[in-house]
Ligand binder design. Structure first.
Ligand SMILES: [Zn+2]
Length: 178
């Protein structure tokens, strides 16, 4: 679970703990003009929620793991190790958990292919795929033409035939379609 904190206008710090490392990512700027800097430190898995403390124009981060306590200093876009005694416990606050997977954002990986959509509900709007239907209030939009049910077969030999064919491509039997 990644954690984040707003550092100032347009600047955020994200902390993630993938496996035995702590990944610190600084992001600043607006959309389109994003600047990012990441540091990965071998710390072991966290045993506590990471904390952040504001100091001067920067911030201190602290992670506690089975291997010990780690403190880092953030100044601008720089991340550096800080002495443990730099930590100011009375100004510290736990970082907020975020659903956003920052590790993928930091390395600019292409987005994962979309999972098949589960039916979803938003207010009184309901949408489901396969067959595609959408319900908003009392109105239903549908696309009820699953391929399987429109597939036609020759009445003579049973071969699959295309919609609109007048003769079976397999045996030549004349087809009677609407
Ligand atoms: Zn046929």
């Amino acid at each position: 679970m990644p954690y984040y904190c707003d550092l100032g206008p347009g600047q955020k710090v994200y902390l993630d703990n993938p496996g035995p490392t702590t990944l610190i990512t600084l992001a600043s700027g607006s959309a389109g003009q994003q600047q990012q800097s990441s540091t990965q430190i071998h710390t072991g898995p966290w045993t506590e929620v990471p904390q952040i403390a504001r100091v001067g124009s920067g911030a201190l981060l602290r992670c506690v793991t089975a291997q010990g306590t780690y403190t880092w200093q953030i100044q601008g876009m720089q991340i550096g190790a800080a002495p443990t005694n730099a930590w100011v416990a009375d100004q510290a606050t736990p970082m907020q958990a975020t659903e956003v997977g920052l590790s993928s954002m930091a390395s600019m990986q292409p987005m994962a292919p979309m999972e098949p959509m589960a039916p979803m509900r938003m207010g009184d709007m309901q949408m489901s795929m396969n067959p595609m239907t959408m319900r908003m209030g009392n109105m239903t939009l549908g696309l009820d033409a699953p391929a399987a049910s429109t597939q036609q077969f020759c009445t003579q030999c049973g071969a699959a035939i295309a919609w609109g064919d007048r003769f079976c491509g397999s045996c030549g039997h004349q087809l009677h379609q609407p």
